[in-house]
Design a protein around this ligand. Structure first.
Ligand code: A2H
Length: 253
């Protein structure tokens, strides 16, 4: 981790269909606003390959008014940061509309912005930190070793994780090509480091480091508006396009 603030892209994933447990607590509390789950990412150029979204099952989330028309689902900590960064109105003011446990969000259907896949599901991940980003992680298993391994664990033991297998059925989608690792760097590094489960956090950290550097310095886009461009060039352009489309905003902490 470096010094100074980390600049994330906050990605807005519209809730299409609450899980029954979430629906029971959220009800009409959003007051007609469109609710978005908000994920913090350092890799906006990979958003084409979203296949699901992760939350921590023991994390508390809130639904916060962004304005009269929209509400954001994230941790209270993130909502406070957003308010002070002027991403919600009025600036500096946090209005919580509802509270919902992460466990209850599992099975909620959302719309991942800029993704090849139109609808994805919310699934559980062990290693989501409540103290980082928004507490919501969008999953790109082609390019994130953590996401790839978590998805593999869920597919191996759906009953154990309390999910319907169909929620984890979307396969990783190639987004970036690198000369050394081919069209899907995450599964390649999972093999290289002999990672067996999301509990192998030490090896996952090494895989993550390689996937991040290789993708950034040597990657070429395989999909989207900037197909054929280097990741270094495409990254700020995809971020800007998402912000222009009002499907993302800057988030720092
Ligand atoms: B990244 P850093 Cl394709 N707990 O987004 C655990 N992980 C979290 C999190 C939290 N509360 N909030 C965000 N993250 C993840 C995409 C991605 C990411 C790809 C490849 C690598 C990668 C899709 N998931 O991250 O500790 C988010 O996953 C590896 C650096 O602030 C976010 O970016 O450096 C990244 O970790 C932020 O990690």
């Amino acid at each position: 981790e470096g010094f100074g603030p980390q600049e994330y892209t906050a990605v807005k994933m519209e809730v299409l269909n609450w899980s029954p447990a979430a629906k029971a607590v959220v009800g009409e509390k959003a007051g007609g606003r469109t609710v978005f789950m908000v994920a913090a990412t350092l890799r906006p150029e990979t958003m084409y390959g979203q296949t699901n979204c992760f939350v921590g099952t023991s994390i508390k989330y809130g639904i916060f008014a962004a304005n009269d028309k929209e509400a954001y689902l994230c941790t209270l900590r993130a909502a406070r940061n957003m308010a002070f960064q002027g991403s919600t109105t009025p600036r500096g003011h946090v209005q919580q509309l509802a509270e919902v446990d992460g466990a209850k969000l599992i099975g909620t259907k959302i719309k991942p912005p800029f993704a090849v896949t139109p609808e994805v599901y919310v699934l559980p991940m062990d290693n989501v930190l409540p103290t980082k980003g928004t507490g919501v992680v969008t999953s790109v298993p082609s390019d994130s070793p953590d996401d790839f391994q978590t998805l593999a664990d869920l597919r191996k033991k759906p009953e154990f994780y309390g999910i319907d297998p169909s929620w984890a059925a979307i396969d990783p989608i190639p987004v970036i090509s690198t000369p050394t690792y081919g069209d899907m760097i995450a599964p390649a590094t999972i093999k290289q480091f002999k990672i067996q489960s999301q509990k192998d956090t030490k090896q996952l950290a090494e895989a993550k480091e390689i996937a991040y550097k290789e993708g950034f310095y040597n990657g070429t886009m395989l999909v989207g508006e900037f197909k054929g461009e280097s990741v270094q060039d495409a990254k700020p352009k995809v971020r800007e396009a998402m912000i222009q489309a009002q499907l993302a905003f800057a988030y720092a902490e």
